[in-house]
Design a protein around this ligand. Structure first.
Ligand code: GTP
Ligand code: ZN
Length: 308
């Protein structure tokens, strides 16, 4: 039977069969050997074939996995050479960001956007907790909105607490498989609870001593939406690794730079010090945001010559 993976705890998977029932599934030993080199052979969002073992126990064996349409990965925290597939078969990804308690850095947002570009997943940024923004944060929001919308990304201002911007965010989810992402403590679980109360996820106060929030979500999990579509909630992701991207490719994943690449004097231009660089020229003219260019240089700096 065809099924889709809703949750993964490492060795067990919760899958939903095309009969509409949920099963606890595991993979056959041999399956692991054939799987691609990642720390997890099966990820949330995967489309799989299952053999039902015992209906009364609702257990099943995953016998095959369909090719992934796309996926998002990050570098394994345990082994830098391996990657961990966060989720697959996505229509879009929403980054939850906050400008206060905790503050999401532009560097983090840009790394996330680069990952989405590299994996061909449309990205949206929701700035949450607008109720606690003061003049400084509201100005910063306007700057981000202008900058990201000019590049083509959708930007939403929301306060889950005050129920502002929620309908706009909810409308974006309809009939799509959406990966919800963002630092721990930005309000992802609160958002899901507010829009789809029956999920009743656990939420937790941002810890006062660090201001960074505690991990309350441990495993990625997919939920069916009442009005059609799926949402995938991920563990508090602090950093996305840029797996499988070379330094030379990086500017391809900045859409505003991608449009200029043919105009650089050298076709292997890295847009740093080279003469005749169209990207640098447009940074000077203001057509390419200087902040985005700085993010580009910062990300380049953290990549080694081979990969990520
Ligand atoms: N002021 C304010 N606080 C909010 C808002 N949305 C969520 N919070 C609070 O922020 C804290 C963290 O919210 P969570 O929903 O647990 O955050 P999360 O992103 O799911 O965190 P992880 O599960 O760790 O990834 C909670 O104390 C929420 O009540 C908002 O719009 N405004
Ligand atoms: Zn250049």
């Amino acid at each position: 039977m065809k099924a889709r993976v809703y949750k993964s705890t490492g060795s067990w998977y919760t899958v939903k069969g095309e009969d509409g029932n949920f099963y606890n599934a595991r993979i056959k030993g041999i399956f692991k050997i054939d799987a691609i080199s990642s720390t997890n052979p099966i990820a949330v969002g995967d489309e799989v074939d299952i053999d039902i073992e015992a209906v009364q126990e609702e257990s099943a064996v995953i016998t095959a996995i369909a090719d992934r349409r796309n996926y998002v990965a990050r570098v394994s925290p345990h082994n830098k050479r391996q990657h961990h597939i966060v989720a697959s078969n996505l229509d879009q990804s929403i980054l939850f960001a906050t400008l206060k308690e905790p503050r999401t850095s532009q560097g983090f947002m840009d790394r996330f956007l680069v990952s989405c570009e590299a994996y061909h997943i449309p990205a949206i940024i929701v700035f949450n907790k607008s109720d606690i923004y003061r003049k400084k944060e509201l100005e910063r929001f306007q700057e981000y909105k202008q900058m990201y919308e000019a590049i083509g990304y959708q930007v939403v201002l929301a306060s889950v607490l005050k129920k502002e911007g929620i309908e706009e965010a909810k409308a974006l989810l309809k009939d799509k498989t959406t990966l919800l992402s963002g630092h721990s403590g930005v309000g992802k679980s609160t958002f899901i609870n507010a829009v789809f109360p029956r999920f009743n996820l656990r939420t937790q106060e941002v810890s006062s001593w660090s201001g960074k929030g505690m991990h309350t979500t441990t495993f990625a999990e997919m939920f069916d939406l009442d009005n059609g579509g799926h949402i995938i909630d991920t563990p508090g992701v602090r950093e996305f690794g840029l797996v499988d991207i070379t330094k030379q490719e990086l500017s391809h994943y900045f859409p505003e730079m991608r449009a200029l690449l043919n105009e650089c004097q050298f076709n292997n231009c890295m847009h740093i010090e080279e003469p005749g660089c169209a990207v640098k020229q447009e940074v000077l003219s203001g057509a390419v945001s200087e902040n985005r260019y700085i993010s580009y240089l910062n990300i380049l700096d953290t990549m080694d010559d081979k990969n990520y």
